[in-house]
Design a protein around this ligand. Sequence first.
Ligand SMILES: *[C@@H]1O[C@H](CO)[C@@H](O)[C@H](O)[C@H]1NC(C)=O
Ligand SMILES: *[C@@H]1O[C@H](CO)[C@@H](O)[C@H](O)[C@H]1NC(C)=O
Ligand SMILES: *[C@@H]1O[C@H](CO)[C@@H](O)[C@H](O)[C@H]1NC(C)=O
Ligand SMILES: *[C@@H]1O[C@H](CO)[C@@H](O)[C@H](O)[C@H]1NC(C)=O
Length: 185
Amino acid sequence: MHPLHPLPLLLALLLSPLLPSSSTTAAAAAAAATSSSSPPAIYTPPAGSGYVYHGCFNETTGLANTTGARALAGGTSLVRPGNMTVALCLDFCRTGAGDSRGGSSGRFAFAGLEYARECWCAQSLSSLAAKLPDSACDLPCEGNTTEACGGNLKLTVYMASAAAAARVAWAASLVAVGAVSLILL
Ligand SMILES: *[C@@H]1O[C@H](CO)[C@@H](O)[C@H](O)[C@H]1NC(C)=O
Ligand SMILES: *[C@@H]1O[C@H](CO)[C@@H](O)[C@H](O)[C@H]1NC(C)=O
Ligand SMILES: *[C@@H]1O[C@H](CO)[C@@H](O)[C@H](O)[C@H]1NC(C)=O
Ligand SMILES: *[C@@H]1O[C@H](CO)[C@@H](O)[C@H](O)[C@H]1NC(C)=O
C-alpha cells in the first residue's frame, strides 16, 4: 500500500468550496435576488381584477405519487424572463389566453406565479399542494422586483374572486327573505 499523498488531498480541500453544487447555487441565486432590496411583498390585485390572493403553495412535481403533475395542471402557462409581473399573469389567466376551451371563454379559477418568471393558469389547485407560509414565496417578479412571484418550486397563488357567486347567493337570500315576508303577511 502506498501512503496517501498529501498534495492531491490538500488541493481537493482547497478547491472544494469552488465546485458548484445545485443546492448551493440555487441558495446563492435566491439570496442574491432578495438581498439587493427588501423581500418582495404580496401583490394585492385591484377589485376589478377578478382575483384575490390565495396563498403560497408547494409545487407537486416532486411528490412520489404525482408522476410529475403540477399543482396547477391542465390549463395554460406563460414564461416571461425579465418581464413577469403578477398583473401580467392575472390578465393572462383572466382572459383565458391559449385556453383550449376557446380563448376568451372565461377566466381560469386559479393563477399562480412561480420561479420569478412563470405564470400557471388552471381550473383547480391540486389538493396535494401544501400551503406554506407567505414568506416561503420569496422570489421577486422579474418584471417588478417589489412583488413576490413564488419561489423555487413554490407558487404565489391567486383565486378567482367570488364576486359572481356572492351575487347569486345574495339573490337567493333575497328570494328567501321574500318568501318569509309572504308567510308573515
Ligand atoms: C414540498 O414539496 C417537496 C417535493 O416537491 C417536498 O419534498 C417537500 O417536503 C414539500 N414541503 C412541504 C412543506 O410540504
Ligand atoms: C400522495 O402522497 C401524499 C404525500 O406525499 C399524500 O398526502 C397523498 O394522500 C397521496 N395521494 C394518493 C392519491 O396516494
Ligand atoms: C419585456 O418588455 C419590454 C418592454 O415592454 C420588451 O421590449 C421586451 O421585448 C420584453 N421582453 C420579453 C422577453 O418579453
Ligand atoms: C411595481 O409594483 C408595485 C406594487 O405592486 C407598484 O406599486 C409599482 O407601481 C410597480 N412598478 C412598476 C414600475 O410598475
